[in-house]
Design a protein around this ligand. Structure first.
Ligand SMILES: Nc1ncnc2c1ncn2[C@@H]1O[C@H](COP(=O)(O)OP(=O)(O)OP(=O)(O)O)[C@@H](O)[C@H]1O
Ligand SMILES: [Mg+2]
Length: 370
């Protein structure tokens, strides 16, 4: 704190520019300000070099301006009022203060106020000395930098997650591709063996086994190309499967009608769904249209309120047309798969034809609708 000092009234009339203490104040390393507390807004009468350097004003810009120009609006109003009160009362006072530079940036300091009295004891000037200058980051700029920093971090993190996701997807595709190849090879081996058998029944059993393995292989082929989180493209699979199975019948004998919503189901359900469709469509092709019977095979797949509905519908001879073949396994497999998928199965004898309808729960979030 500056010791209380005295200047003569002649100094006041001559102005502080000529005062002998000007050089002394000017050379002080700490910012010093002398204000005329008698006048409105307590204008600045003198500011030393350190203060001008700190605040960024020239002497001309500073002189005559109310000293509040150095106060950062919106900060320390109690301190500001206390300083003004001490000025009016001519009392020494010291407080923390947040100042504002010409460029709008803020600084903190300890502001010490010393009244200067003339020889008659009248208050003439007030000296303000600023010490302990500290910097305050500009809240707007700081916020901007912080949000920029956060944006960069989010961007980097997103890229890293995307890269990890891409690696995982590539790995899944590779695994699915290998499973597909293995199943394809298994089907080929079974078919090779079937061709070498003389017993037609044994050959048929092996051929049907190879067909089931092929259906699984097709499901894994689609999964190996699945773009989005490995979802199973039911529409593509069913269209391919039905198109392939129907080639067992003479061209034009049975019309194929597909009403399939484009949707992807979780990969975990792919195998069961692939086998299920293979059995249902395979049965219709194999049993519904004997002796060149003409007809229509319809496959409907779509969403229900809480899941998925699959219906395979034919206008063929009907389920009871012939007793089940010995050792038949397809319908049992269908029942097991529907149970595994936690669905419900109904068979309907349509006279003519058969309709198998399956309704199963699938979490809407797990399904993707294009
Ligand atoms: N869509 C259909 N139309 C007419 N008959 C059917 C139909 N689906 C099944 N069937 C009858 O039901 C029987 C049992 O079918 P299932 O699928 O269990 O055995 P499969 O097809 O004969 O033999 P597998 O499926 O084991 O190769 C069939 O033999 C057939 O008589
Ligand atoms: Mg069958």
């Amino acid at each position: 704190m500056l010791a209380e000092s005295h200047i003569s009234s002649s100094d006041r009339s001559a102005g502080l520019q000529d005062a002998p203490f000007k050089a002394a104040f000017q050379s002080l390393p700490m910012p010093v300000l002398i204000v005329d507390s008698h006048r409105k807004h307590a204008p600045v009468a003198f500011a030393n070099r350190a203060l001008l350097d700190l605040a960024g004003y020239s002497q001309e810009e500073m002189s005559g301006r109310g000293w509040h120009v150095l106060h950062m609006p919106g900060t320390g109003l109690d301190a500001l009022n206390a300083i003004d009160a001490a000025m009016r009362a001519g009392e020494a006072f010291e407080t923390g203060f947040t100042g504002r530079r010409k460029d709008g940036s803020a600084f903190t300091c300890i502001l010490a106020l010393s009244p200067v009295h003339d020889q008659a004891g009248q208050l003439r000037w007030v000296t303000l000395v600023l010490t302990g200058i500290g910097s305050v980051q500009d809240p707007a700029r700081d916020g901007g930098e912080t949000s920029l920093h956060l944006e960069e971090q989010v961007e980097r993190r997103t890229q890293a997650l995307q890269a990890a996701f891409d690696r995982r997807t590539a790995l899944l595709h590779e695994v699915e591709h290998r499973i597909k190849n293995t199943l394809q090879m298994t089907a080929s081996l079974v078919l090779l063996k079937a061709r070498r058998l003389r017993d037609p029944e044994a050959r048929k059993v092996l051929q049907e086994t190879a067909e089931r393995v092929s259906a699984l292989s097709a499901a894994h082929r689609l999964l190996s190309a699945a773009g989005d989180g490995g979802r199973f493209n039911l529409k593509e699979f069913t269209s391919e499967l039905a198109g392939e199975l129907i080639t067992a019948l003479p061209k034009g004998q049975v019309d194929l009608d597909l009403a399939i919503q484009p949707l992807g189901v979780p990969a975990s359900k792919a195998t069961a769904l692939a086998l299920l469709l293979n059995e249902l469509v395979g049965n219709a092709v194999k049993h519904a249209f004997p002796n060149g019977r003409r007809g229509r095979l319809t496959i409907e797949i779509g969403r229900t309120e809480n899941g998925l509905k699959i219906a395979v519908d034919d206008d063929g001879v009907g389920l009871d047309h012939a007793p089940p073949a010995e050792g038949s396994f397809g319908k049992t497999l269908i029942t097991m798969l529907v149970q595994q998928l936690k669905g419900q199965l109904t068979w309907r004898d349509q006279k003519p034809g058969t309709r198998a309808e399956i309704v199963m729960p699938v979490d809407a979030q797990e399904m993707k609708f294009e």
